[in-house]
Each structure stands twice: as structure tokens, then as C-alpha cells.
Design a protein around this ligand. Structure first.
Ligand SMILES: *Cc1c(COP(=O)(O)O)cnc(C)c1O
Length: 394
């Protein structure tokens, strides 16, 4: 989807920011990209310089020009006061939660959160005296009813993992802020290019940069961006936990960021083609992708998002496990494997875990990532997969 007219200026600006922000060519002999700094110790010329508290770089874990370039670029793209880079996306999520929650607090988490987010809440937050309530992702303003005196934060993910329900972020954020609670968002699906987290009420925005930012299936990295009021607690949490991403990984993430806009437009175009084709198949009960006009989340998606990425769900009509296996085995272009956001197409079976709501699925649910291959080649690969599925079903 092309940005609509009244958004065109901002759209151009964001794509341009992704190309230009955070570059430090002058400090690096004109090199376009900030090089990889591998450093633990940073040396100083004399005692006074060593003893001064205001050196730009102090110790490798606390930042190098490579990590600073990445953070500067992300701050500009997110419109954030502060960004910290973490060793993985899930670590960025746990860092954001730890930046706001303390013992005795209550946390509201969307029922469609990325599953390891749930594990962290159930296993660790509980042990540390933070209670989690999972809520219906479609709750909107009614989330106000779930607040208790000790509710400290609302964790959102939109569209949610595996089932792609779109959340009414402005309504949820308004309810949360009215109660003095913070709003955390896992914005990995849309990226800052397609959803402006802070403009829609988030206080902390998380990105599994392993996905679209890295974009090439070769780096594990995450980040959290904060608005002004959450910048200090985020910075302190990241610092005190000793979190860090290597110079090589920061370099790869920054390199990926430069081409993210052009990749996302293509991922989106291909996903729309695949989704429309899949929807018409007799083996498919429905497709889960908010950019589709008849998707339940379409209205909110259209109101709040600037685009849709390449990841979507497919609910098959009832079919045997063997038939699903036949569908998977023989795919030539779709890799069978976890993660997404790289240049290549992927497919996995979706195992949906919920506690607050049900997701009644007609049959097996698949998750597809549309890569940068020619869409017609991808359709031909899926077409053969359906032929194998039918043959196996008899
Ligand atoms: C993959 C993913 C994560 C975790 O990222 P890692 O880098 O794999 O730790 C978090 N949230 C969402 C929505 C994801 O898809």
C-alpha cells in the first residue's frame, strides 16, 4: 500500500531518515557506513581525560561509535528520546518490562503476545511478585475495567503473534494513561516505518530487529525506544543488567535499516498477492492479514498503520497432519523454519497458546513470510503444495 496523500510528506521523510540518520562519515575518513568497532577498553591520553565523566565512549559494553550510530538512527526513525540495543528481540521485551515493573505490581498483557513474552511473565515476573493478567487483544477502551490500584503497565503487540488481531492502541493508551500506567508495545510486525508507536500512545516501543531491521536472516538483535518520561528508567535498566550487542551485530542491523523501506514495500506487495490467491483456494478457510479489506482488523489497521509487512496467517480447512506434512515437504522456495523478516520466504505451523480468549480455527493454522522472490514463483510453489495436500488427503 502506498501511503495516503495527507501522509505522503511523512512517508517520504521516514524513508529518507532510514537512509541518512546516524551516519558519521566525517569521523570515519568519509566512509559512508560507520565501521565495526570491536572494543572493550577505551584508552585516554591523560589522567584528566580518563577521570572526566563526560567522555563520549568509556567502555565497550557502554557503547561504541557503531552502537551509537545505530541508536541515533533508530531514535530519529522512532521519534524517541532514547534507544537501547539488546542482544535479541525477546531480551528487548524483558528489558522494557523490567524498566517499569517492580514487586507488588500488576501487568496487563495481550493474549496474542509472542509466546516467550508469556513465558517470561509466567515464570519470572510471578516469581518476583509481579502479577500478570492476559487480556483480549480486541478489548480497546474496555481495558479500563481490568485496571487495579497496582496496575503498572499494559503490554501490547499489534497485530498479535500468529493470529494477527489489530489492537486499538490509541484507546488502550488513553485508558492506561488515565490510570497512570505505562504502555509497552512490541512493534516488530509493522516496524517504525509502518506504525508510529509514540504517536499512538506507546511509552516504550520494542523491535525484534532480528526480523525486518536485520532483514537478512543473519543477526540476532533487538532494541527498546523510550519517550522522554521513560528514557531514564530504560537507560538504567539496560545499563544495570549489563546488556550489550556486539559491534558486528550493530553494524548488520544498521546496514539492514538502510534498505528496510524498499524491502517492506516489496514484502507488502507480495504478501497481498499471496493472500488474495490463498483466500480463493478451496483448501483455505480464511487468511489472517489486516491489509485485506474484509479482515476484522482492517478498519483500525487502515486508520493507524501506513502499511502491512510480509507476515500473515492461513487457516486451512480441516485436514490430516499427514496432508499438512505433504504440503510442507516439497516446498522449494519457502523455507521451513522459525523467524521471519529476512529476504527469503518462510513457513511454519502456528501453535496458538491463549488463556484469556479463544481462537476458534477451522483447521491447522500456518504462518507464512513472503520474501523478496518473484510472487508468481511463490504462488507456483504453493500451488504444488496444495496438489500434494490433496493427493495425501485422497
Ligand atoms: C521474533 C519475535 C520476537 C523475538 O525476537 P528474537 O530476536 O528472536 O528474540 C519478539 N516479538 C515478536 C513479535 C517476534 O516475532
Amino acid at each position: 500500500m502506498k501511503p495516503d496523500n495527507n501522509d505522503a510528506k511523512r512517508a517520504i521523510a521516514k524513508d529518507t531518515v532510514a537512509v541518512h540518520a546516524g551516519r558519521m562519515s566525517r569521523e570515519h575518513f568519509g566512509a559512508v557506513n560507520t565501521p565495526v568497532y570491536r572494543a572493550s577498553t577505551i584508552l585516554y591520553d591523560n589522567f584528566e581525560a580518563l577521570d572526566a565523566a563526560d567522555a563520549p565512549f568509556i567502555y565497550g559494553r557502554l557503547g561504541t561509535p557503531t552502537s551509537k550510530s545505530l541508536e541515533d538512527a533508530i531514535n530519529a526513525l522512532e521519534g524517541a528520546a532514547r534507544t537501547v540495543v539488546c542482544p535479541s528481540g525477546i531480551n528487548a521485551i524483558t528489558t522494557a518490562i523490567l524498566a517499569v515493573c517492580k514487586a507488588g505490581d500488576h501487568l496487563l498483557v495481550t493474549d496474542t503476545c509472542y509466546d516467550p513474552t508469556r513465558t517470561f511473565c509466567d515464570r519470572y515476573l510471578r516469581r518476583w511478585g509481579v502479577e500478570t493478567t492476559y487480556y483480549d487483544p480486541l478489548i480497546g477502551a474496555r481495558i479500563g475495567e481490568l485496571f487495579r490500584a497496582n496496575t503498572r503497565a499494559v503490554f501490547c503487540e499489534s497485530p498479535g503473534s500468529l493470529t494477527f488481531e489489530v489492537q486499538d492502541m490509541p484507546a488502550i493508551a488513553a485508558a492506561a494513561h488515565a490510570k497512570g500506567a505505562s504502555v509497552l508495545l512490541d512493534n516488530t510486525w509493522a516496524t517504525p516505518l509502518f506504525f508510529n508507536a509514540f504517536a499512538h500512545g506507546a511509552d516504550l516501543s520494542v523491535q525484534a530487529a532480528t526480523k525486518y531491521v536485520g532483514g537478512h536472516a543473519d543477526v540476532m538483535i533487538g532494541y527498546v525506544s523510550a519517550n522522554e518520561s521513560h528514557a531514564k528508567s530504560l537507560r538504567d535498566t539496560h545499563h544495570d543488567l549489563g546488556l550489550y550487542a556486539s559491534g558486528d551485530d550493530c553494524f548488520l542491523a544498521l546496514r539492514g535499516l538502510r534498505t528496510m523501506a524498499v524491502r517492506l514495500y516489496r514484502h507488502q506487495e507480495t504478501a497481498l498477492k499471496l493472500v488474495r490467491w490463498l483466500k480463493a483456494r478451496p483448501e483455505v478457510a480464511r487468511v489472517l492479514y489486516p491489509a485485506l479489506e474484509d479482515d476484522p482488523g482492517h478498519a483500525i489497521w487502515k486508520r493507524d498503520f501506513r502499511g502491512a509487512s510480509g507476515l500473515f496467517g492461513v487457516v486451512l480447512n480441516p485436514v490430516s497432519r499427514e496432508a499438512v506434512a505433504a504440503f510442507f515437504d516439497g516446498l522449494a522456495l519457502f523455507g521451513r523454519g522459525y523467524s521471519w523478516g529476512g529476504y527469503e520466504s518462510l513457513i511454519v505451523p502456528a501453535h496458538i497458546r491463549r488463556t484469556a480468549t479463544e481462537f476458534p480455527a477451522e483447521g491447522p493454522v500456518l504462518r507464512i513470510h513472503s520474501g523478496l522472490e518473484d510472487p508468481d514463483d511463490l504462488i507456483a510453489d504453493l500451488d504444488s503444495a496444495f496438489a500434494r495436500l490433496r493427493e495425501e488427503s485422497g
